[in-house]
Design a protein around this ligand. Structure first.
Ligand code: ATP
Ligand code: MG
Length: 699
């Protein structure tokens, strides 16, 4: 084994010094192998090695070598924003001497400030959008890390990743590519596609035992373990067993509802195992969770009660502050059990000694119910036994009958990883990227685009050029008939509108709908409906009675719509619009989530998308010379959730929808009113000294 001290001279000194305090004494085999294959000499490398085998550190060595030695920039890209932020935080702490930036937000900005940084952490979509906006420092990039590269296989996020990788290979010809994953069945093929050396290993630093639970026992390859505890419900029994070892557990479920119901079921068991001191700290955390929003929703109350008992649920319905609080309390050992959907499934380091996959199917709006793949199960179980926290780990699945034990074993544990295959070759996905090529004037002819597509994984795996040519032909004529591109001889050029649509990073089909519909809209709800009826706003909340009643009034907007719908889909998109209207009318979150059968996390995610689509609509409306004052006002109102009369007060920092309303009803109706005699006292009486001071300072 290569000792860390032997790395002197091989990796930059600044980096060597940080190793000891991070507990890295010797290299793991994949790390060693990556060095042998030319990691520090600029070779492209694909690393296919198990979860927790230290792939991040391979990326770190490449980055440090690139930035410190070669004085070039490095880029870290991953498809999940949460993972990008986590890695960014880790790097900032480990390498205070490097200039590190993160870019995961606004898709219509060039972020020119990024050019001053050594390392840029970005989500796939954001980096793709930076390129569309003509980012000018690609020539300085010396190293590109692609983390969780198996996401190429994901129908939702894979194609953009694939296009991005292919673009980067063309635009930064001399840059090194390092792609990482624990779950690639066809690593050799992926390495060949990338012109990369392959580092393949089955090393895992911490033993992760995988088994199947039935009755009171866990069945492993070589033995059976009796589980501590008395419960006859398998999940509870496994929790009892894990707690009796003084360890923590992470449990995965197929739906949000299942995760919540289980957390409830487990709470008594976990509560019984808590110390007095822990209960005290948990009750503080419980308060924080409860007050994450101005008025607690039913979900906030439920989560807060559970947290007081040492258990939490975790899914996309939580708001960010709650998610972070829960992750950090689990990391510090305070929360003993977390019941999660797959939101905690990829790349993260958590102190879960035991991971249990309770459901082997996953349900998502839009995709329906799907069986988990071997790759996914491997990722989820791989959250157990992380070297930073544990010396061993346990990954379990549940059998419902004795006869199922072997089946599950063969299906998931003793099984080969699935190969990664491209999901690029469908028309709706290609239309967005083809427009982007032409809009950025990167590719101008059909032949040029075809040549590019042949360089993608799709082209590499399914080299049927005929088929590709047909799809591309369709996409081009569609974009041409929508007037986003124009043909001059054999050259394609973007129209002004096409250019803007590409920069706004919206689906050309949504853009077409907006362009046709916006000029017809006459009222506020009509605007919200128009915005909500785009592909970006799917999936929708449930259709309320009000939506069914009001929809006929908007039939005139839907006439000749280019978008195709499922049953009741227009009602649902109108319903989403109504939820946004309620928010902008200052209805409390609590009532909105209840009325539309949704969760705070989902509501805020929708608000975020709506903000984006309202912005895009305003930009498109400007190009069409339509009046935009209504849209602008609506955007601010939906952003802050306020009626028109609060628009002035909401400009103040520290003042959100609730405080603004309080000020207003106490006679402070505009920022200027703060100067009136007695206002300062009033504000202090309403919000306390500290907040009042921060508000008055802004005058
Ligand atoms: N050589 C080493 N010695 C000791 N610990 C290490 C070493 N390399 C990495 N680690 C630690 O191992 C843990 C897991 O590493 P990392 O997050 O890179 O896993 P990974 O291979 O990316 O797994 P995943 O596929 O789950 O993302 C981290 O806490 C890291 O600090
Ligand atoms: Mg990783």
């Amino acid at each position: 084994m290569v000792q860390a001290s032997e790395l002197r001279g091989a990796i930059p000194n600044e980096m060597l010094e940080t190793l000891e305090q991070r507990g890295i004494k010797s290299l793991t085999p994949p790390q060693e192998m990556a060095l042998k294959r030319g990691l520090l000499k600029g070779s492209n490398i694909v690393v296919a090695s198990p979860t927790a085998s230290g792939k991040t550190f391979i990326a770190e060595m490449a980055i440090a070598n690139c930035v410190i030695r070669n004085r070039k920039k490095a880029v870290y890209v991953a498809p999940m924003r949460a993972l990008v932020s986590e890695k960014y935080e880790e790097f900032k702490e480990a390498y205070p001497f490097m200039k590190i930036a993160i870019s995961i937000g606004d898709l219509d900005s060039l972020d020119p400030w990024l050019s001053g940084y050594d390392i840029v952490f970005a989500s796939t979509e954001k980096f793709d959008s930076l390129i569309r906006h003509g980012l000018n420092w690609l020539g300085e990039v010396g190293c590109i890390i692609i983390d969780e590269v198996h996401m190429l296989d994901d129908p939702g996020r894979g194609p953009t990743l694939e296009i991005l990788i292919t673009k980067l290979r063309r635009l930064c010809r001399s840059a090194q590519i390092v792609a990482l994953s624990a779950t690639i069945g066809n690593a050799k093929e992926i390495a060949e596609w990338l012109g990369a050396e392959l580092v393949e290993s089955d090393y895992r630093p911490v033993r992760l035992e995988k088994g199947v639970v039935f009755g009171g026992k866990a069945y492993f390859l070589d033995r059976e373990d009796d589980l501590e505890g008395a419960s006859s419900i398998p999940e509870i029994r496994i929790v009892q067993d894990t707690l009796s070892r003084g360890k923590q557990i992470l449990i995965f479920y197929g739906t949000k509802r299942n995760a919540e119901a289980s957390a409830e079921r487990l709470s008594q068991t976990v509560n019984d195992a808590l110390s007095r001191a822990e209960r005290l700290r948990l009750s503080e955390l419980s308060e924080v969770i409860l007050h994450a929003l101005s008025h607690p929703t039913a979900q906030c109350e439920k989560l807060s009660k559970l947290v007081a008992k040492g258990v939490a649920f975790h899914h996309s319905g939580l708001v960010n502050a709650q998610r972070h609080a829960i992750e950090s309390a689990f990391r510090s050992g305070l929360l003993k059990a977390v019941c999660s959907t797959t939101t905690l499934g990829y790349g993260v380091n958590l102190p879960a000694h035991t991971v249990l996959i309770r459901d082997t199917s996953r349900y998502s709006e839009g995709m329906g119910s799907e069986k988990l793949s071997v790759n996914e199960v491997t990722q989820l179980l791989g959250r157990a036994g992380r070297p930073k926290y544990d010396t061993e780990g346990r990954g379990l699945l549940i059998a419902k009958a004795r006869s199922e034990i072997m089946d599950i074993y063969e299906r998931y544990i003793n099984a080969d990883l699935e190969p990664i295959s491209s999901k690029l070759g469908v028309q709706p996905i290609l239309r967005m990227h083809v427009l982007a090529f032409i809009a950025a004037r990167m590719l101008k002819t059909k032949e040029g685009i075809l040549a590019f597509l042949r360089e993608t994984l799709y082209g590499y795996q399914f080299a049927n050029t005929r088929e590709l040519e047909v799809i591309l032909g369709n996409v081009l004529s569609e974009l041409e008939s929508w007037r986003f591109i124009e043909r001059k001889g054999s050259l394609y050029e973007p129209t002004r509108m096409g250019q803007r649509v590409s920069e706004l990073y919206i689906d050309p089909l949504s853009a077409k709908w907006l362009i046709e519909t916006l000029p017809k809209v006459t009222d506020e709800l009509g605007y919200l409906f128009t915005v909500c009826n785009t592909l970006e706003m799917r999936p929708h909340v449930r259709a309320t009675e009000e939506a069914f009643e009001l929809l006929p009034g908007y039939d005139y907007l839907l006439e000749g719509s280019v978008i195709s719908y499922d049953v009741d889909e227009p009602e649902k998109s109108l319903s989403t619009a109504l939820a946004l209207r309620d928010w902008a009318d200052e209805k409390p979150e609590r009532d909105i989530v209840k009325n539309y059968g949704t969760t705070p996390g989902t509501l805020f995610a929708k608000l975020n998308n709506a903000d984006w689509m309202l912005y895009a609509s305003t930009e498109l409306a400007k190009l069409m010379h339509l009046g935009v004052s209504k849209l602008l006002e609506l955007r601010i109102r939906t952003k802050y959730g306020v009626k028109k009369e609060l628009l002035d007060l909401i400009r103040l920092e520290q003042v959100g929808r609730v405080r603004a309303r309080l000020m207003y009803s106490n006679g402070i109706r505009r920022v200027a009113d703060l100067r009136l005699p007695g206002s300062a006292e009033k504000v202090q009486r309403l919000f306390g000294k500290e907040v009042a001071k921060r508000i008055m300072e802004q005058l």
